[in-house]
Design a protein. Structure first.
Length: 170
């Protein structure tokens, strides 16, 4: 008998890797990543990837494993135009943002369906260190305004994040 087929997907277009990544099942993810035929860049019917699911749920051990795979595409986007970086920013997850910002080729200019970049999420959640890091990166637009006329500065001010406001005004 040959080994099990790891390529089937459910009605949403999700493989076994999706469930393991979504629920933070690190040992299962580790095992699946060793299997031939596992597509770590597979996207489901709404464009979500295993990496995006792990990021949305803050499963850092799983995220680290996925990011160690050289073939991982960190810039895949879901139906809301959110990449893994945007999901981490939207959730205010500083640890995951640090991990993703170290990846060569990460698209820091990507915006979601509202026109918001990772800088918006970092500003909204008061992540001054992430804001500083993003502002040092080529291509970041400090003056970006979303579809509602809101900027990172406005979000930080509305949320009372004095340090972030100061960083943005430097």
């Amino acid at each position: 008998m040959d080994g099990i087929d790891t390529t089937p997907v459910n009605y949403l277009g999700r493989s076994a890797l999706f469930g393991a990544a979504e629920y933070g099942l690190a040992e299962i993810v580790r095992t699946l990543l060793k299997m031939d035929g596992i597509d770590i860049n597979l996207v489901d019917s709404i464009g979500t990837s295993a990496l995006i699911l792990a990021v949305e749920n803050g499963h850092t051990e799983v995220i680290k494993m996925l990011l160690e795979k050289k073939e991982i595409d960190v810039n895949l986007v879901d139906s809301d135009k959110r990449s893994a970086l945007l999901c981490a920013a939207q959730n205010g997850n500083a640890e995951v943002l640090h991990m993703l910002l170290k990846i060569d080729g990460i698209d820091i200019t990507r915006v979601n369906y509202l026109g918001r970049s990772a800088l918006f999420g970092a500003a909204q959640y008061g992540l001054a260190e992430i804001v500083r890091t993003l502002l040092k990166m080529d291509g970041i637009d400090i003056n970006l305004v979303d579809s509602r006329g809101t900027s990172a500065l406005i979000l930080a001010a509305e949320k009372g994040h004095t340090e972030v406001v100061g960083v943005l005004l430097e």
